[in-house]
Design a protein around this ligand. Structure first.
Ligand code: GDP
Length: 292
């Protein structure tokens, strides 16, 4: 995770170490390396600009210049600013019983896998979850969720398998007074954003009145994913994001841009294909992984 970005940022710290007294020019040069590293990591350019302005303000202060370990101080500044960029840790907020978590996102982003991973995590935390398979668009998505549900011993409602609205209506009836206290709803994506998908999702959202609408976003899709996130949020007012495939992401562009661009928090990350390769999102842990 983040190998490419980490390697480049390390050059910036190294340029400040073992020099004895450092000059303002040395710091400026290190900041330039950071800026290029972030741009090459596919971080949104507005995000890079704001980040670099903040780092500059802090790093050009006397403290860094007169420090015996300017490289360490520089790392600390970067870490604090990365954490600020990714925002506060925001847990999921389930108020109703049963509560509903609606997963949305493009096809292939990892929605179905995430539905099972999230159900499994909530079960471990003492919840009694149930899954609803309403991805009628991607062939095999429903069977995939049924198989995953069996693996983790969590029931899956499949309804009539053709009409997502009907599936959701059936599920609402089945879940009411059933003892399941959280339902995770997998919905249909498309390869690209289209109006039919958005209308369907809006309709489902108003039927279900979910506690959380989480958009599942593929880290490997870079700024395209961030642009899609903005559009999904404008239409569906999402409550947060799940960033998947972080394990294969050497650059970090999505996780470092999405909060700033949408002003909505990342709540979970997917770090592998296996059911338990799924974590709550802690900005400080990500910053530590990026800075090595
Ligand atoms: P959907 O079309 O959005 O429902 O996507 P799927 O859940 O079928 O996932 C698409 C592919 O991404 C599958 O091969 C998953 O195993 C894989 N996948 C999902 N999440 C992760 C993750 O966090 N890491 C990795 N490496 N693969 C993932």
């Amino acid at each position: 995770m983040f190998e490419g970005l980490r390697e480049k940022l390390t050059k910036a710290f190294k340029s400040l170490s073992g020099k004895g007294k450092i000059s303002e020019k040395n710091v400026q040069d290190a900041i330039k390396i950071v800026k290029l590293s972030l741009l090459e990591a596919d971080v949104n350019y507005k995000v890079v600009k704001s980040f670099i302005d903040d780092v500059k303000n802090k790093a050009l202060g006397e403290d860094v210049l007169s420090s015996l370990t300017p490289d360490q101080m520089f790392i600390k500044i970067l870490k604090d600013e990365l954490i600020k960029l990714m925002g506060e840790k925001t847990p999921i907020n389930l108020v109703h019983s049963p509560s509903f978590i609606m997963l949305v996102g493009l096809q292939g982003s990892g929605k179905t896998t995430t539905a099972a991973k999230l159900a499994n995590l909530l079960k471990k935390k003492g919840k009694n979850p149930i899954l609803i398979a309403a991805d009628t668009y991607r062939p095999a998505a429903i069977d995939q969720l049924v198989t995953l549900g069996k693996q983790i011993n969590i029931p899956v409602i499949t309804g009539d398998r053709k009409n997502p609205i009907k599936i959701v209506e059936t599920a609402l009836k089945e879940i009411k007074d059933s003892g399941y206290n959280v339902a995770i709803l997998d919905t249909a994506g498309r390869l690209h954003i289209d109006e039919e998908m958005m209308k369907e999702l809006e309709q489902i959202k108003s039927l279900v009145n979910p506690d959380e609408v989480l958009m599942v976003v593929d880290a490997m899709a870079g700024q395209d994913a961030v642009n899609s996130a903005k559009i999904f949020d404008e239409r569906l007012n999402v409550t947060g994001f799940v960033i998947t495939k972080m394990d294969g992401d050497a650059r970090g562009g999505v996780i470092l841009s999405i909060r700033y661009v949408t002003n909505k928090p990342v709540k979970f990350i997917g770090v592998g294909e296996k059911i338990d390769e799924f974590e709550e999102f802690f900005p400080d842990r990500i910053a530590n992984r990026i800075l090595g």
